[in-house]
Write a protein that binds this ligand. Structure first.
Ligand code: ATP
Ligand code: RIB
Length: 403
């Protein structure tokens, strides 16, 4: 059982019985008393329980728990309750500090990467020049990027019960990501991606099996209310079941949180949520599909951006690889040129851009400042092998200062 799962179970127990001893929990979970003490101390630090001699008593179960019980897990009722509470000032104001906070609901995949001299043709077998197995998934990569960009991140994902779930847990635990909720599916395996990276230009080809990423339930979305409520920005992509993504977006809007949608990989589902989105960040392919306008240059990218706003999005950033990014904010266009880079692996360039963008927006930067920071961040990411291999904030500042 994951540490977080155990802590949630402790809270559930306390909800029901209000008091518990260390000895009881250690026996029930088959762990040492020391482990339980550290769980209770952490929960006490989060203000969820109060330590007492030999155990803990319930102090305050989070807002989320009360809402879930009271609403019988009905998502629309939950949104209505939150909205009423906001009107009556019962929902705590976001702890907006200098650092900001980004909440990301997204995918975790295991990336199996083969470095090849060139992409194989159909029916052809090629010898790879190298191969790695590592953490990936757009959600996890973006969470890593946002954390390294210097903001607090809460990441929500779902994996299977296979050997890769422990891999996911260990990766997230040892990463810079501040906190995470990792659900486990009984039926689907951890998502994976088979990736070819060509030596010729660092370009990639990817086949994704989403697995557990597409099994997030309404109840699991409702359970992140507390972690979401003090975030400045929610960042989502399209690698999860869309109903979960849409519900999280609606939850964020009810809590008055800015929403950034990276509509990747493309799905027409994106069109169904544009009205709730503050910033949409398609790449050229996704923007062409969303708008029906084929992007070949800056002029056609501008047309596509206008069309996407016409469809309901508030602000658009079209990322255009080494051609940089185009912002449409109101009626104002701004082109952010790419920072010169020696590209070795472009896998995750979009993730680097989106994570860094969300972090900078959460810290209070303007969209143009944030996109410039994100472009510098992504230019460093394409110089590194591996989709989740992101640069440090200080390196980004140095690159920015060189422009
Ligand atoms: P991927 O799907 O490979 O993760 P993407 O297609 O979503 O990437 P891109 O538009 O290729 O995203 O890249 C995102 C941003 O990263 C660009 O807007 C740009 O700022 C930066 N970038 C990408 N490729 C390069 C490059 N070769 N040199 C410098 N910057 C780059
Ligand atoms: O954007 C790159 C990511 O897309 C990879 O890590 C892969 O897992 C897929 O989700």
């Amino acid at each position: 059982m994951f540490l977080e799962e155990r802590r949630n179970k402790i809270l559930d127990y306390l909800d029901k019985y209000e008091r518990v001893s260390v000895t009881y929990l250690a026996t029930a979970f088959e762990v040492t008393k020391e482990t339980i003490r550290s769980d209770l101390n952490e929960l006490a630090l989060q203000g969820l329980v109060q330590r007492c001699h030999g155990g803990a008593i319930i102090l305050r179960r989070s807002l989320q728990a009360t809402l879930i019980t009271e609403t019988g897990d009905n998502f629309e009722v939950l949104l209505q309750r939150l909205s009423n509470q906001r009107k009556n000032h019962l929902v705590q104001d976001k702890g907006k500090n200098m650092q900001g906070k980004v909440c990301i609901l997204g995918s975790f995949n295991v990336d199996i990467v083969a470095k090849v001299e060139r992409f194989p043709k159909g029916g052809e077998s090629l010898l790879a020049l190298g191969s790695t197995l590592g953490p990936g998934g757009k959600g996890a990569n973006q969470a890593t990027a946002a954390s390294l960009a210097g903001t607090k991140v809460h990441f929500v994902a779902k994996v299977g019960k296979d050997q890769f779930s422990q891999f996911a847990f260990d990766h997230l635990s040892s990463s810079k990501i501040h906190s995470f909720t990792l659900y486990q599916s009984d039926t689907e395996p951890t998502g994976n991606a088979i990736i070819y990276v060509s030596q010729q230009d660092g370009e990639n080809m990817i086949a994704i099996y989403s697995g557990a990423n597409t099994t997030i339930t309404d109840e699991e979305v409702a359970a992140i209310t507390t972690d979401l409520s003090d975030a400045n920005v929610l960042l989502v992509q399209l690698e999860n079941n869309f109903d979960a993504t849409l519900n999280t977006i609606k939850l964020a809007k009810t809590l008055d949180i800015q929403v950034i949608l990276n509509p990747a990989p493309y799905s027409s589902d994106a069109l169904a949520c544009l009205e709730y989105i503050d910033i949409i960040t398609p790449n050229e392919t996704e923007a062409s599909l969303l708008s029906g306008i084929e992007i070949t240059d800056l002029a056609s990218a501008k047309e596509a951006a206008l069309r996407i706003v016409g469809l309901g999005a508030k602000r658009v950033i079209i990322t255009m690889g080494s051609r940089g990014a185009l912002i449409l904010d109101g009626s104002q266009f701004q082109h952010i040129p790419a920072f010169p880079a020696f590209s070795v692996d472009t896998t995750g360039a979009g993730d680097a851009f989106n994570g860094a963008l969300a972090a900078a927006i959460a810290k209070g930067q303007t969209i143009a400042q944030a996109a410039t920071y994100a472009a510098a961040f992504a230019s460093l990411a394409v110089e590194r092998e591996g989709a989740s291999n992101m640069p440090q904030h200080q390196q980004v500042m140095t690159r920015l200062s060189q422009r």
